[in-house]
Design a binder for this molecule. Structure first.
Ligand code: B1M
Length: 233
């Protein structure tokens, strides 16, 4: 195809459209991403498949080139904005599953960290699975978490960190819970690209969650265990 020839997204077969959407995400083309999402929905794609195969996969390529110094913050911001455009369309579809109420989660990105795409995705998937989610947004100091736990009385505290410099802050929050004698009142789940299971254990979280789907499964398992303990006790 000639360089200047316009690509008609609706004319592309599914596999080519998904690759084109990954390219468009890379280039921060929000309108094209929204159009692509709508086309795949019209073709009967599941919202979760669109999210993972077109959007998250596209953002992974952005992440690699950001790391390698090929892309810089302004371009990555545009890609993030395009991703959010797609997520905005998918959000109601992921949430309206009619799932029974499972429990409540307070979630936020930790202090010093402004990455929120992964956290937003987790929040969406949790809502879709029937959890009530209170989203504290980004850059949350320990006081903010503690106030939300006090006022919202959730079952689960979720924390997100995307930077190696901000992930230790999760321990500050958990240590504060311990110091105030409240650690056992909540299921603490943590996630974010630089974390791993070992880190989760080391800081005293109940579990590290690799991605949004794992978060849902982990949350369900912990809630079931909590209910069993309550009925047994
Ligand atoms: Co930033 N950034 N960034 N960035 N950024 C990373 C994280 C980085 C790995 C890029 C790289 O070098 N390869 C690198 C961190 C390196 C490190 O710490 N070792 C980095 C850097 C260095 C920076 C800045 C310092 C750059 C600078 O200014 N020089 C700066 C820091 C700003 C700050 O926070 N103080 C910065 C800024 C930005 C933007 C603002 C441009 C933008 C964020 C926009 C936004 O979020 N609104 C941005 C982006 C987009 C990225 C990358 C490219 C993509 C992150 C993302 O959205 N991924 C990222 C590269 C990467 O991660 N590979 C990078 C898609 C998302 C769906 O995945 O967030 O991993 P993720 O979430 C997953 C799981 O991790 C998990 O589930 C999610 C869904 O499946 N999960 C949880 C996440 N949180 C969870 C919470 C849970 C459970 C699961 O709670 C229960």
């Amino acid at each position: 195809m000639a360089e200047d020839e316009e690509i008609i997204l609706a004319d592309l077969p599914d596999d080519e459209l998904v690759l084109q959407m990954q390219d468009d995400l890379y280039d921060g083309m929000k309108e094209e991403i929204e159009e692509g999402v709508n086309i795949l929905l019209e073709r009967g794609w599941q919202p979760y498949d669109i999210l993972t195969k077109a959007l998250v996969a596209g953002m992974t390529v952005v992440g690699h080139d950001f790391r390698d110094g090929i892309l810089f913050v302004p371009e990555v911001l545009l890609a993030a904005n395009a991703m959010k455009g797609g997520m905005f369309i998918l959000k109601p579809l992921l949430i309206e599953t009619g799932a029974p109420r499972m429990g409540k989660m307070v979630i936020g990105t930790v202090k010093g960290d402004i990455h929120d795409i992964g956290k937003n995705l987790v929040a969406m998937m949790m809502e879709g699975a029937g959890f009530e989610v209170i989203d504290l947004g980004i850059n949350n100091a320990v006081e903010k978490y503690m106030a939300a736990l006090e006022s919202e009385k959730p079952d689960i505290l979720g924390m997100s960190a995307l930077l190696t410099t901000t992930m230790p802050y999760m321990k500050v929050v958990i240590d504060t819970l311990v110091a105030e004698g409240k650690r056992d009142d909540y299921i603490v789940l943590v996630g974010g690209a630089p974390l791993n299971e070992e880190f989760g254990k080391a800081i005293g979280a109940d579990a590290y969650c690799r991605d949004a789907a794992v978060t849902v499964e982990t949350a369900k398992a912990f809630i079931a265990r909590k209910h069993n303990q309550m009925t047994a006790g």
